[in-house]
Ligand binder design. Structure first.
Ligand code: ATP
Length: 212
């Protein structure tokens, strides 16, 4: 079976070192290609401050000079809300029986039962849950019942089956959120070491978050 393809979706408003570090470590732990996939109209979230074009520019700046993490902008090119189940079903058709892994931070995973057709996600992909400090979330009984028989603790199983397993990936905890980064930028501060250095090359790139 081929090298897994892992998908890490998010608003990335803006992309920060928390995202990049956990995506990088997941890529190492799973020996996977990890694609960062910015969402256009997040079904569960308020609109991003940066528009799609600005978020793509930040992602491109962040992903320079490395080859493990790639960018997939398909959800931005689709009109209407981008449901993860539709994106994964499309990828499943493209990738044949290649293992697909949906990567979610622990907070996003806790909210899974509110997602559109969430139970079908296990038919098209595995789920990798990334530890995330500073978020106080409990997994509901509904979620625990659904994942109970699917939980595994050895990444090699994700390589031999195309879909259906759930694994917690123990990544280095970094308590960084885009909310905090936006707050700092709005205060006129310079969160230089919470963001990839490529975002500071062009001063206009962080303009959507600065107060006029
Ligand atoms: P916001 O503060 O605006 O809610 P965010 O920092 O949570 O943003 P998102 O783009 O919403 O970033 O997150 C995309 C994915 O990245 C989600 O699955 C989220 O759980 C995960 N994630 C974000 N930051 C971290 C982090 N520091 N550690 C682990 N996972 C993270």
């Amino acid at each position: 079976m081929s090298r897994p393809l892992a998908i890490f979706g998010g608003t990335f408003d803006p992309i920060h070192l928390g995202h990049l570090s956990v995506a990088w470590e997941a890529s190492e732990l799973l020996d996977a290609e990890v694609r960062l996939m910015p969402a256009s109209v997040p079904p569960h979230r308020p609109s991003p401050l940066a528009n799609a074009q600005q978020r793509v520019a930040m992602l491109k700046a962040a992903l320079q000079k490395q080859s493990r993490l790639t960018l997939d902008t398909r959800e931005l090119e689709r009109s209407g809300p981008s449901y993860t189940i539709d994106t994964l079903a499309e990828l499943r058709k493209e990738e044949g029986d290649r293992p697909l892994v949906l990567l979610l931070g622990a907070d996003a995973f806790a909210g899974l039962p509110s997602w559109h057709r969430w139970r079908e996600l296990f038919d098209v992909a595995h789920i990798g849950v990334l530890s995330r400090p500073g978020v106080d979330v409990a997994w509901s009984d509904e979620l625990l019942t659904a994942i109970g028989p699917r939980l595994i603790d050895d990444a090699s199983a994700l390589r031999v089956l195309p879909t259906g397993k759930v694994m917690e990936l123990s990544v280095t905890p970094l308590e960084i959120s885009a909310t905090r980064v936006r707050e700092l930028l709005a205060e006129g501060r310079d969160p230089r070491y919470l963001l990839p250095c490529g975002l500071f090359d062009d001063p206009s790139i962080l303009a959507p978050y600065r107060k006029a």
